[in-house]
Design a protein around this ligand. Structure first.
Ligand SMILES: [Zn+2]
Ligand SMILES: [Zn+2]
Length: 256
């Protein structure tokens, strides 16, 4: 499985992009920076977008993606998430006020609606455009899912936005083929109170999650650092002296 980093920060500036990844060139994982980082051709080539939760920094580019695909794509974009996340997108995003309801707007070239929703039941592995996706509910201010994503006997654990959690690690421990953990860390340790009330991690709380999984052999690819906190978080991560930690950069690619 190939993982391309389109956005790996907890905010946006000229140098920072919100959460957005691409799996095998065809399946998006959160849409915080999808259209700004992909060519039009790449956007039209997407099969699906898996979304962890309804917060804007994870879904915002569904707007431009749907609009671009309406006039150029030949098949609907599958938007996959838990039923609660899809309900929030329908009610608050594609609601014909904030943005048109692209689930009811046909592709100009024919071939169905621009967007179709695919509900993903928690802890059930479901095929999304050739990738097995199992959501596990995590700990955030609204319903948020982590995912076990697998293809061809290789799996990736994605944390979504979350504070300390247990169930994701219990499910991950049952998954022998895990090759990497894609995990959030947002604030420095001195803002632990803010991380706690907003459902995020600091380097210290991340270190405790790394122990819960109980494996020493997997890389932890970190994303969602708040732009204003980047230097402090990176300093604190370095002080953990844990060789598994990798800080992601924009537009890099990992083969898992
Ligand atoms: Zn969030
Ligand atoms: Zn976020």
């Amino acid at each position: 499985m190939e993982l391309r980093v389109l956005g790996c920060h907890g905010g946006e500036s000229r140098k920072h992009r919100s959460t957005s990844f691409l799996l095998d060139g065809r399946v998006g994982l959160d849409a915080g920076a999808t259209s700004g980082m992909l060519t039009l051709e790449e956007q039209l080539g997407l099969d699906a977008m898996v979304v962890s939760h309804a917060h804007l920094d994870h879904v915002r580019d569904l707007a431009s993606l749907a609009d671009n695909r309406c006039q150029g794509a030949e098949r609907p974009l599958v938007v996959a998430g838990t039923p609660e996340t899809l309900r929030a997108l329908k009610e608050h995003f594609f609601n014909n006020v904030l943005w048109p309801d692209f689930t009811n707007i046909p592709l100009v070239n024919g071939g169905g609606p621009t967007v179709v929703f695919q509900p993903l039941e928690p802890e059930v592995a479901t095929d999304v455009a050739g990738i097995s996706v199992k959501p596990v509910l995590v700990s955030h201010t609204i319903e948020s899912a982590g995912f076990i994503l697998a293809r061809d006997g290789r799996a990736l654990v994605f944390s979504g936005d979350t504070g300390p959690t247990e169930r994701l690690w219990a499910v991950a421990r049952e998954t022998a083929e895990v090759r990497a953990i894609l995990h959030e860390v947002s604030f420095p340790d001195e803002l632990e109170w803010l991380a706690r009330v907003s459902g995020h991690h600091t380097p210290a709380t991340l270190a405790r999650e790394m122990q819960k999984l109980g494996r020493r052999d997997l890389p932890w690819l970190l994303y969602h650092i708040k732009p204003n906190c980047q230097a402090a978080v990176e300093r604190e991560l370095a002080r953990l002296h844990d060789g598994r930690i990798e800080l992601l950069d924009l537009d890099e690619t990992w083969s898992l």
